[in-house]
Ligand binder design. Structure first.
Ligand code: APR
Ligand code: PHB
Length: 392
C-alpha cells in the first residue's frame, strides 16, 4: 500500500488533518489504535476558539456546531466567593463557543467515514519507520495480519502516550515539563448549568470550575490532591465542596443532582522541541500538553493542524516545502504562548500544597487587580479567546 501522508492517531487532530488533506485530494490514511466507539466515548473539555471554529468550517463540519454550540461572550472569575465578569466580546470583539470535544470528534468521524473512508481503527503495533530518510513507511497489525504503508510523510497525532514522539532519538529533542501537585475531580450531571457562562473560582480550599455541555448537562470540577480517590467523593461531598468554593450567588442557586460521570485527572504542562524529525511531524497532544485551566488543549491541537495542513498543501500543490520546513518553528511560537497562559491560569487559581498566607494574598490581589483593570482584563481575554494564527 502507498499513500502520501500516514496519520497516526484518530483523535481530533488526526481526524481534522485527514479531512482537510482529503478535501485537497492529498491521499492519506489514519491509523487509530482504538475502536471508533472508544474514541467517541472520551469526555474532554468543550471551549472552542474562533480559529478552531473556522478550521472546522473549512473541514465542512460546522453544521451541528452552529446549531447546537453556545456562544459565550464572557466568563466569570471569582475569589473569596466573590464573582466578577470578564466581557470577552467587549474587550476583544470575539467570543468562545461551548461545544464538547466529544461532539467535534463524532462530527469528523461521520463525514470522513461517509466521504473518504480512510480511517483504520483497531490498528495494533503501529510503528513509523525510516522517517529520517526518503522511503518512509509505517507498519501495523490489523486482525493479526501485518501491514506496511509506504508514504512521503508521517503525522504523529497520537497523543501524549503515542508512539510517534518515542521514535525520535532522544538526543534530537528537548523536553520541557511541569507537573502540578494536584488534580481535578470532574463530574457530569444532568442538571441545568448554574450560570449561562463559565465560572473559574479561586478559593482557600482550592480551585473550582463550573462549566456545561448544554441546557441540561453540567460539567463541574474541583481541585483535589493527587492521591485522592474518586470513591472518596460521593455526590453529596462533591456538591458541598463545590458550593463552598463558588461565588455566593452561584452556591445559593445551583441545582444539584446525581452525577453520571466522575473522574480525576492530573495536571501537566509539557512541550517537545522541535515538533518534527525529518518527515515525521508531531501534532497536538503528541507534542505538548497543557493543564485544562485555560481550555487550550484542543484549540492548540487545531492550530498545529492549521500549520501542518498549510505546509503540506503548499508542498503538494505548489511544490514548495518552505512552510513545511518551518512547521515546528511556526507551531511552537503559538504553543508556548498557550503554555504560558495555561500555566498562569493554573498558578493564579489553584492552591499549592506549600502555599502560605502570603501566596494567597498575592493571588487575591492579582484577581482584585484583574477585576478593576481593563488592561489586565484585556490580556486575559485576548489569550482566552485565542491568539491569532500566523497567516500564509
Ligand atoms: N497507534 C495508533 N493510535 C494511537 C496510538 C498508537 N500507538 N497511541 C495513541 N493513539 C490514538 C489514541 O487512541 C487517540 O485516539 O491517538 C489518538 C490521540 O488523540 P488525543 O489524545 O485526543 O490527541 P489529539 O488528537 O492531539 O487531541 C488533542 O484532545 O486529547 C485531547 O486534551 C487533549 O484537547 C486535547 C486534544
Ligand atoms: C469543560 O467544560 O470540561 C472545561 C471548560 C473549561 C476549561 C476546562 C474544562 O478550562
Amino acid at each position: 500500500m502507498r499513500t502520501k501522508v500516514v496519520i497516526i492517531g484518530g483523535g481530533p487532530s488526526g481526524l481534522l488533518l485527514s479531512r482537510l488533506l482529503s478535501l485537497e485530494n492529498i491521499d492519506n490514511v489514519v491509523l487509530e489504535k482504538q475502536s471508533r466507539e472508544h474514541v467517541q466515548g472520551r469526555i474532554r473539555a468543550g471551549v472552542l476558539e474562533n480559529g478552531t471554529i473556522e478550521m472546522l468550517r473549512l473541514a465542512g463540519v460546522s453544521k451541528r456546531l452552529d446549531n447546537e454550540g453556545f456562544k459565550h461572550n464572557g466568563i466569570e472569575l471569582s475569589f473569596k466567593n466573590h464573582g466578577f465578569r470578564i466581557d470577552l466580546k467587549k474587550l476583544t470583539d470575539k467570543h468562545v463557543t461551548v461545544y464538547g470535544q466529544t461532539e467535534v470528534t463524532k462530527d469528523l468521524y461521520e463525514i470522513i467515514e461517509k466521504e473518504n473512508g480512510n480511517i483504520i481503527n483497531c490498528a495494533e503495533d503501529v510503528l513509523p519507520q525510516n522517517v529520517g530518510e526518503i522511503n518512509s513507511f509505517v507498519t501495523f497489525k490489523k486482525n493479526g495480519i501485518e501491514n506496511k504503508i509506504m508514504c512521503d510523510f508521517v503525522a504523529g497525532c497520537d497523543g501524549y502516550h503515542g508512539i510517534s514522539r518515542k521514535v525520535i532519538p532522544e538526543n534530537l529533542i528537548n523536553v520541557f515539563e511541569r507537573i502540578y501537585p494536584f488534580g481535578w475531580l470532574g463530574i457530569l450531571s444532568e442538571t441545568p448549568p448554574v450560570k449561562e457562562e463559565l465560572i473559574y473560582a479561586n478559593h482557600g480550599n482550592g480551585f473550582a470550575l463550573a462549566s456545561m455541555r448544554n441546557n441540561n448537562l453540567s460539567r463541574y470540577y474541583i481541585q483535589t490532591s493527587l492521591d485522592d480517590r474518586v470513591e472518596a467523593w460521593d455526590d453529596k461531598r462533591f456538591w458541598e465542596e463545590l458550593k463552598r468554593r463558588l461565588p455566593i450567588e452561584a452556591s445559593e442557586s445551583i441545582i444539584t443532582g446525581r452525577s453520571i460521570e466522575k473522574s480525576i485527572a492530573p495536571l501537566r504542562s509539557f512541550v517537545c522541541e522541535p515538533m518534527n524529525w525529518n518527515n515525521l511531524f508531531l501534532v497536538g497532544d503528541a507534542a505538548h500538553i497543557v493543564p485544562p485551566t485555560g481550555a487550550k488543549g484542543l484549540n492548540l491541537a487545531v492550530s498545529d493542524v492549521y500549520y501542518l495542513f498549510n505546509g503540506l498543501k503548499k508542498y503538494y500543490l505548489f511544490n514548495d516545502d518552505k512552510d513545511l520546513k518551518n512547521y515546528s518553528t511556526k507551531a511552537l511560537s503559538r504553543v508556548w504562548k498557550a503554555i504560558r497562559f495555561s500555566w498562569w491560569m493554573t498558578t493564579t487559581f489553584h492552591k499549592f500544597p506549600e502555599q502560605t498566607s502570603f501566596d494567597q494574598r498575592i493571588q487575591d490581589s492579582e484577581l482584585e487587580y484583574l477585576e478593576n483593570s481593563i488592561a489586565s482584563q484585556t490580556v486575559l481575554a485576548e489569550n482566552y479567546v485565542g491568539l491569532p494564527y500566523e497567516e500564509f
